[in-house]
Ligand binder design. Sequence first.
Ligand code: PMP
Length: 425
Amino acid sequence: MRYQRSSALFAEAKKFIPGGVNSPVRAFKAVGGEPIFIKKASGAYLYDEDGHEYIDYISSWGPLILGHAHEPVLNAVIAKAKEGTSFGIPTQIETQLAQLAVEMVPHIDKIRFVNSGTEACMSAVRLARGYTGKDKIIKFAGCYHGHSDSFLIQAGSGAVTFGSPNSPGVTQGTAKDTLLANYNDLEGVKTLVAANKGQIAAIIIEPVAGNMGCIVPTEPFIKGLRNLCTEEGILLLFDEVMTGFRLAKGGAQEALGIAADIVMFGKVIGGGLPVGAFAASAEIMSHLAPEGPVYQAGTLSGNPLAMSAGLAMLTELNNKPGTFDSLAKKTAFLHQGIADVLTQKGVPHQINRFGSMVSVHFCEAPVIDFASAAKGNNDTFKTYFHGMLDQGIYLPPSAFESYFLNDAISYADLERTVQAVAKVF
Ligand code: PMP
């Protein structure tokens, strides 16, 4: 059996960890079968407990943009660890990473570090509410902003309805303040805003969505959101947990040419260690404790190991801006290769891509929002996923996830990947 040891480790894990995993998507629920257990990784490759090698297209879901065990990041963490792992007292490296992030990203003056993307989004919404003095937020169906209560909300029956929670444990009281709109539907957002005049603190969006597969905003949509927010005194929150330091030095704000009011980061900014962050103008950030009244805190926030990994990663990206172009070109090459194979084999598909984010949807119609993404054929996706896995290609185990290329992936790896697709179909 190919995955014998992984299977045994999964059985053991299930005895002590709910579902055997510490984050649900890892359990392969959407694709069936059992997860493989990873022993180690290097560059573009993962190695599982049964001794197989995989080209890694999730890169820890985004952070490892330069590949696994990247030397400058590794060396920085090791050196830092020898000086102590946590103090809960200020350190210079926090300012160094903050300064570099502020230099790389447009429209931000100050940044606060947290420990995950969830925390970043949760805190940004609190800041937006505290700053505007309003309670409601608008989010988009299919956008994920972490697992904090206000974000686990499904669509109600009509556009102008209160959301209802889609996880037990989220109260109706919380759900009522989260309004739901459809991605790329500006008119829908305008209707919601009009129906809740003067009550909306923030519109939160993945500026290029990655959590319903990759979905790119149309220009009128994203520009229209910006204008609407400015006109109505609503803060525009860009969740750049996926796009930040991946689409460009300045993330989606730079890539799309649109300014956000608060920007949230995760993944790349931590270089593979647990870091999130949120950032804005000095004026907005001055409302945050201890400067202002909006409370937010963290024992391990700004942790020296996490800061050193982040600083090494962002320094590399800042000094080698060609990385973004290199990644985008590799992703375009993969896109074209897979599209050619699927077309030749007569498999209905849509491939969405922006920079180094890409996803394959097995459906006929363009994928522009959650409803169109949900029309993908999941049976085909399962066959594709497992067929690729068995050939040593690790893809995201859900049709609703974007691939994250890392720059250690070579053109030979990409060619091998395209050949594997041809074998599956
Ligand atoms: N926002 C986006 C856009 C994300 O993709 C994710 C996680 N994939 C989060 C927020 C939450 O980040 P974390 O898992 O680090 O809490």
